[in-house]
Write a protein of this length. Structure first.
Length: 231
RNA sequence: GGCUGACUUGC
């Protein structure tokens, strides 16, 4: 809160001295407001920036989009999204934020269709897109669809990273599909992603909670010989 | 110089 007052003071001094905040000033402040939960403040800054004829770029829009999603302001979210599409101010990060936001706000159908659209239109998914989609699908019970997304990405040799795999493993464990979880973990390094201790711990925990103690011990012994040593 | 994803266990 002290920092917040300091920022306000600096801001007022900036404005009083006729120093124009530039794109990056606005961008940093908007992000800061969003991250501290003050989306209204961020939107006010956005308005101020437009009035001052500093044109918001895709990073500013993305920060706002993420802010409204986290604040569950879905009406504002869709409005902003339309604006971004109409102005061509969106990129893969925008899609990642949107898909995550839709899943987080129980708009599962919308999240899935946004992903399908993106995918069909040859939007280039990055490893974060896969992480968001797989995590979202697992959290909402669409395990098989998540598995399909993962396998298809593997087949196309697309970038899947540790977050996609650990989400998938976590989802399978929580659904009691432990054998599949084990096989995903066993196979991931052959697809270019080394398991880390976080991923191994998720699986170990799943095995133990399911009382599969023998499997847990076998897996633990196997860890010692793989790249993921226990922490 | 500014934007997005896994959260196991313990604390």
């Amino acid at each position: 809160w002290r920092k917040f007052d300091e920022i306000l003071e600096i801001w007022q001094r900036l404005k009083k001295n006729d120093r124009k905040p530039d794109l990056f000033t606005y961008s940093s402040l908007i992000q800061g407001f969003c991250k501290s939960g003050n989306v209204e403040g961020a939107l006010a800054l956005y308005k101020d920036m437009v009035e001052s004829e500093v044109s918001p770029d895709v990073v500013v829009y993305n920060a706002l989009l993420d802010g409204v999603c986290r604040a569950s302001k879905m009406k504002e979210c869709f409005e902003l999204w339309d604006l971004m599409r109409n102005n061509g101010k969106h990129n893969v990060v925008s899609f990642n934020i949107m898909i995550r936001g839709l899943f987080e706000n129980q708009k599962v159908e919308e999240a899935i269709s946004m992903w399908d659209d993106f995918f069909d239109k040859n939007g280039t998914a990055d490893s974060i897109t896969y992480g968001v989609v797989i995590h979202g699908l697992c959290q909402t019970g669409y395990l098989n669809k998540a598995l399909r997304v993962l396998k298809e990405a593997e087949d196309r040799k697309e970038k899947l990273d540790i977050c996609s795999y650990s989400s998938m493993i976590n989802g399978l464990c929580r659904d009691g599909r432990l054998d599949e979880a084990i096989s995903i973990l066993d196979m991931m390094s052959s697809h270019g992603c080394q398991p880390n201790s976080h991923a191994c711990n998720i699986l170990l925990n799943g095995l133990i909670l399911a009382s599969k103690i023998d499997d847990a011990i076998r897996f633990f012994n196997g860890m010692l010989t793989k790249n993921c040593s226990p922490n």
